[in-house]
Design a protein around this ligand. Structure first.
Ligand code: TTP
Ligand code: MN
Ligand code: MN
Ligand code: MN
Length: 364
């Protein structure tokens, strides 16, 4: 009997925002490897290489079945020689030397531990390493002056490096909901970030808050924060004021991709009552709160739902393919020289000439 072996050759459009990427990843071994190399590049200040590895991983995350041979990948975008070599090593030898060496490298391990402290970025970690610091205990003993965020980060290191579960996210949501309803009836709160994309765990919980009447959201954040503080829910918080300037005929063009919403980076004290059973009476959870006026809500929702690669690719698509500038506040058409309004994510995708991709398929 003749056996016909069918080998699938994959294909995919090149921008992540053109692809539907669910959480059903059939190539986790490969994408974990590429993500690790991306992380190592980012920790070494090589952002360009980091993006290249993230894009390569993004393409593989969307494939409908496991890759069995590199020949299946010939037609795919974003897979450069370096990424293909890593994939080939894993397919043929079960592992990539480069990935294994990176995992074992002292520098990578120390950078991960130090940047794993909330409030510590690559630059600070680099400086400490140069000063001879190799771990948390050493940092604590060194008597270095830490800012408020870093102190809280060190204090709650273990909790904050433990995944937040969906049920913990729901418990936080109930608290934030109550806070918002108490300080401004009619205000709305939406779960954003990874949990909106359907992830079962996250490194934090993200919320977007708005009010259906434009302007009513002004001054909301300090009230929410005060309420949470008075109820003993906050172990740490830093609120950043809205620095977005309203222009004559619409919001001013943002100068960078950093958005300027009023936001609060916080650490919640999730107590047993809301946490369900557990061995400890409470645990620390990172929570991000963002407030947007209703006129910018769709842009904020799209911009804060992620994934980070999906966001990056949306902005790249807008700029390169459409001559438009997309931010979490607005969409500007550089050809027509005007802002394009939208009151839903669907409208933004339509403005961009993209098929609508729901949150659960933005997991590139
Ligand atoms: P994150 O909370 O960092 O990431 P995540 O929710 O996708 O994943 P995790 O489960 O690990 O928490 O960011 C959520 C989204 O918010 C992400 O798409 C990028 C966006 N964002 C901004 O727009 N500005 C910011 O300053 C930050 C920190 C995030
Ligand atoms: Mn599948
Ligand atoms: Mn998040
Ligand atoms: Mn976040």
């Amino acid at each position: 009997q003749l056996q016909v072996l069918e080998v699938v050759v994959f294909s995919a459009p090149s921008y992540a925002c053109q692809r539907r990427t669910t959480l059903d990843n059939h190539n986790a071994i490969l994408t974990d490897a590429l993500s690790l190399l991306a992380e190592n590049a980012e920790l070494s200040g090589e952002d360009g290489r980091g993006v290249a590895f993230r894009r390569a991983a993004g393409v593989l995350k969307g494939l409908p079945e496991p890759v069995t041979a590199v020949t299946q990948l010939v037609g795919l975008p974003c897979l450069g020689g370096h990424s293909l070599r890593v994939v080939k090593d894993i397919l043929e030898n079960g592992a990539s030397c480069e990935v294994e060496d990176t995992k074992q490298s002292e520098r990578f391990k120390v950078l991960k531990v130090l940047t794993g402290i909330f409030g510590v970025g690559v630059k600070t970690a680099e400086r400490w390493i140069q000063e001879g610091i190799r771990g948390l205990q050493q940092l604590q003993d060194s008597g270095r002056t830490l800012n408020r965020a870093q102190q809280a980060g060190l204090q709650h290191y273990e909790d904050l490096n433990q995944h937040v579960t969906r049920s913990e996210a729901d418990a936080v949501a109930a608290v934030v909901e109550e806070a918002v309803a108490s300080v401004l009836p009619g205000a709305r709160m939406t779960l954003i970030g990874g949990f909106r994309r359907g992830k079962l765990t996250g490194h934090d919980v993200d919320f977007l808050i708005t009010h259906p009447e434009e302007g009513r959201e002004v001054g909301l954040m300090p009230k929410v924060v005060s309420w949470l503080e008075s109820q003993g829910f906050l172990l740490y918080q830093k609120t950043t004021k809205n620095s977005y300037l309203e222009g004559e005929d619409g919001p001013a063009r943002p100068s960078s991709n950093m958005d300027r919403f009023e936001r609060c980076f916080s650490i919640f004290k999730l107590t047993e009552e809301v946490n369900g059973e557990g061995l400890k009476p409470w645990r620390a959870v990172r929570v991000d709160l963002v407030v947007s006026p209703i006129s910018q809500f769709a842009f904020a929702l799209l911009g804060w739902t992620g994934s980070k690669l999906f966001e990056r690719e949306l902005r790249r698509w807008a700029g390169h393919k459409k001559a438009m500038s997309l931010s979490s506040h607005a969409l500007y058409d550089n050809t027509q020289r005007r802002y394009l309004r939208a009151s839903s994510e669907e409208e933004i995708f339509a403005h961009l000439g993209l098929e609508y991709i729901p949150p659960s398929e933005r997991n590139a």
